[in-house]
Design a protein around this ligand. Structure first.
Ligand code: D41
Length: 680
């Protein structure tokens, strides 16, 4: 189908480019080990497109340029699976799993250990891909296992699915089965975009993957971040396959499929159980959602003797993890006021066990979110808690709405200080207009000021700040430096000893750095690293306070929004007064000598810090490097110039060595910093 006849006379570069691109796809997806940059890959694709525009007759359906179809379908046609796609039996406890192993041994009449292939159970959509002579000819959903839908046009757009198999030795007919899923990062980005455009959000990555595959227009599917991971084979003809399941997965990898890299072979059910726990612990850190572990008897011969029972194989089982979604009831909505006055609706829920913890609150973000969900008090709602993120309400079960469900009234006045709540056009957030008149905003401002990364007043925690503000002992930032031993000792759960400790901590906090002081002020959108950039750029507080918006935007990573908030902060008389009061109370720092940015000695160099540093904290090491003009990145890539590796450095160091990057230790870093006049 793809071979050209002898009479065709196209430049050989076309076929060479296709082979080169397919090779890089294989390196990228199957091996997870790219050899070229994305930009170089794009250039190869661009060149191939140019040539194909020049020689349209040379275009073949398996050319890497031909992933997206131009004509939308009017409906999906039905596919009858040649071999039914089976389902999986579930286990919910160690006992269930041991009972499964026992059944396997009993059926096989053995007492020896059974070897299991252990795979992550990806939470996506099961699909079948049919290859004839190495060419992808059909893609279908699992459907009910017997009948699925033909989604060939859509699966072709997924770059981890080879249009033409790589390597050699594949059967003439090969049906590959696997899961199409959307990685968490892609899902979040997709929903972020939908939120900005005021469109309906996807409930979870699985629904997003399903919705993306259900598109009649494959151009939409192509725009969605989907991946496919191969986990078994179906119909096979004209060839043989390895004797074990793990062998089949290895073969699929050589043919260009992405296979899950966490997969392991356990020599018995106990090792399998240990694998379940090990993955359970890092479930949240994985780049994609999983809902359990699938254990498969590794020997295909044993699989065959075990056979299957009503739609599910006797040789496989899915051991589920705790669900990340559960339904519960919305009991009430309360409104919290944050440091910047943002009024955030918080859902009070009937407690429910989800994602491994009991959840009784969830954020509702803002007024738009309430409208978007169409939620009322009394509703049954679906809560999702994926990883360590704040639990979210993702859906309302409208069919379960009680007749006395109440609408949620968004307050027009601040629930704390009664000042009007304002909404800026184009902004989803409603804010209390009370500023520092509002006790809630004052509390949050003081908590932030005292926090570890700001002024670091040890012992001045959230509860204490709340009491001090409620009693009127503290109403602005500088007031904390006027607190007396008696006042502090009289607070709940405080004694004279702790009062003294806090007084000492307050005294110690007065000596700070310019960066920490700027951060401590809690200017909107000015986080730790932005504050550090301001400090290093301006060198003194006076210079920062005097800068206009144009000058502010010269600072690395500062755009018009941040510049606006900073300028606005210094325009307000009350803020200038607050800063003066803090300096009167004795807060001080050393100014920083600023060099012209082009003169910075480490300009243009990117550092990555990994492992433990002993003399410096990682934050301080980073601050020094930034001050010298270097960039400090979180991950190692070809763009990294130096990796600073301390004891315990792991994968980043390995990657650095693989890429042949320069690696230095902490002693060398300290030397370097001193050479450039940093006091360390
Ligand atoms: O990752 C998965 N979701 C997954 C699903 C997996 N890793 N392996 C699977 N293996 C099978 C058998 C054993 C029947 C070949 C599966 C599924 N089935 C499956 N997916 C949807 C229904 C069944």
């Amino acid at each position: 189908m793809s071979t050209l006849s002898l009479f065709d006379n196209f430049p050989p570069e076309i076929e060479q480019l296709r082979q080169e691109i397919n090779h890089h796809n294989y390196r990228y997806y199957a091996l997870d080990d790219p050899q070229i940059t994305d930009a170089d890959y794009d250039r190869l694709m661009q060149r191939l497109r140019e040539l194909e525009t020049q020689y349209p007759a040379a275009i073949t359906p398996d050319s890497p340029t031909q992933r997206v179809g131009a004509t939308p379908l009017s409906a999906f046609t039905t596919v009858v699976h040649e071999l039914p796609m089976l389902s999986l039996d579930n286990a919910f406890s160690d006992e269930d799993l041991l009972a499964f192993n026992q059944r396997v041994q009993d059926r096989l009449k053995i007492t020896d250990d059974v070897e299991y292939a252990c795979e992550l159970k990806l939470d996506g959509i099961a699909v079948s891909l049919l290859y004839r002579d190495g060419l992808l000819v059909r893609g279908a959903t699992r459907g009910d296992g017997t009948n699925g839908e033909d989604i060939t046009q859509n699966v072709r757009t997924i770059k981890s699915i080879p249009l033409r198999l790589a390597g050699t030795g594949y059967p003439a007919v090969l049906e590959v089965r696997g899961e199409i899923y959307m990685p968490k990062a892609g899902f979040n980005a997709l929903n972020e975009k939908a939120r900005a455009a005021d469109e309906k959000l996807f409930v979870n990555p699985r629904n997003a993957a399903a919705g993306s595959l259900r598109q009649l227009d494959s151009r939409i599917t192509a725009s969605r971040p989907l991946e496919m991971c191969a986990y078994s084979v179906g119909w096979v003809d004209g060839g043989t396959l390895p004797e074990t399941h793990s062998g089949i997965l290895a073969a699929l990898k050589t043919w260009g499929f992405l296979t899950n890299r966490e997969t392991q072979v356990a020599k018995n059910i106990h090792e399998a159980m240990a694998f379940y726990r090990q993955i359970g612990e890092k479930r949240n850190e994985l780049a994609y959602d999983i809902d359990g572990i699938v254990f498969k008897v590794n020997s295909r011969q044993l699989q065959e003797s075990l056979g299957f029972i009503s739609r599910a194989p006797r040789w496989a089982i899915a051991y589920k993890f705790p669900a990340q979604e559960e339904s519960t009831i919305l009991l009430d909505v309360e409104f919290q006021v944050g440091r910047t006055g943002a009024v955030t609706p918080v859902a009070r829920l009937q407690p429910v066990f989800v994602g491994g913890v009991t959840v009784s609150n969830a954020t509702l973000h803002n007024r738009d979110e309430i409208n978007r969900l169409g939620i009322k008090i009394g509703d049954t709602v679906i809560i999702r808690r994926a990883g360590d993120v704040i639990p979210q309400i993702v859906q309302v079960v409208e069919t379960k709405r009680p007749t006395d469900a109440r609408a949620i009234a968004f307050p027009e006045h601040c629930p704390v200080c009664n000042s009007p709540v304002e909404t800026v056009a184009d902004e989803a957030v409603a804010r209390c207009s009370g500023g520092l008149v509002c006790a809630a905003q004052r509390k949050e401002a003081i908590k932030h000021f005292a926090s570890r990364k700001a002024m670091n007043v040890e012992g001045l925690g959230d509860k204490l700040v709340e009491q001090l503000v409620d009693l009127g002992l503290v109403s602005n930032l500088a007031d904390i430096y006027a607190l007396t031993r008696e006042q502090l000792a009289a607070m709940e759960r405080m004694g004279e000893k702790s009062a003294d400790n806090i007084l000492t901590a307050l005294e110690n906090s007065k000596k700070t750095s310019l960066a920490k002081f700027i951060y401590a002020l809690g200017i909107r959108e000015v986080g730790e690293s932005t504050a550090r950039n301001f400090a290093n750029y301006f060198g003194s507080f006076e210079a920062l306070a005097a800068a206009d918006q144009d000058a502010l935007q010269q600072v690395p990573d500062v755009g018009p929004v941040v510049a606006h908030f900073v300028a606005e902060f210094f325009v307000q008389e009350s803020n200038r007064v607050a800063v003066a009061a803090l300096r009167n109370a004795g807060v001080h720092w050393d100014n920083i000598e600023v060099a012209a940015p082009e003169a910075l000695p480490l300009k243009g160099l990117t550092y990555v810090l990994t492992g433990t540093l002993e003399a410096l904290s990682r934050d301080d090491a980073k601050a020094h490097l930034l001050a010298l003009g270097a960039k400090v990145a979180g991950s190692v890539s070809a763009k990294t110039d130096y990796v600073v590796a301390g004891p315990g450095a792991g994968s980043k160091l390995a990657k650095a060595e693989e890429l042949g990057l320069k690696v230095i230790d902490e002693a060398r870093l300290l030397e370097l910093l001193r050479e450039h006049g940093r006091q360390v």
